[in-house]
Design a protein around this ligand. Sequence first.
Ligand code: RB5
Length: 149
Amino acid sequence: MTTNKYIVLSSDHAGIQLRQVVAAHIAAKGWEVVNIGPTSSESTPYPKHGEAAAQLVASGDCRFGIVLCGTGQGIMMAANKVRGIRCGVCSDTFSARMIREHNNANMLSMGVRVIGEGVALDIVDAFLSAQFEGGRHATRVEMIEALEG
Ligand code: RB5
C-alpha cells in the first residue's frame, strides 16, 4: 500500500478550467496536488504537457497523473510514450474503475469537449477509489511492460 498522496494534474489550453475544478476536488479529498500545465488560454501543444505529467508519475514523485485536453486522446498518447506509464482516456465511470482494477493504470485522461464537469469528477472518484486486482491482470500488465523493450 503506497503512502504517496501526490497527484500531478496537467492539460493543454483546452483543459485549464476543468483542471482547476479537478484540482480543488481532489485536494478536498486529501490528495496533494501538483498542478502543472498552462494557466493562460494561449494555444499550447498537448504533447509537452502530457509528457511533463507522465515524467512525474514515472519517476515515482507522484502516485497518479490526471491529464486533460479537448478529446483526452492526444495528451493520453503523449503520456503513454513515457516508459512505465499506463494512461487511459475515460468518458464513463466503469472504464475509470476498470483501468485501475485490470490495467493498473497510473494516469487518467479526459476530454473536456467530450464530457461535462459532473461526469468528470465522478470519473476521477471512480479512478482514485479503485484498486488493482493483480493476479491474472498482473501477468497481462507485465506483458504490456515487456512491449516497452
Ligand atoms: C486542441 O485544439 C486539441 O487538439 C487538443 O486539446 C486535443 O483535443 C488533442 O487531442
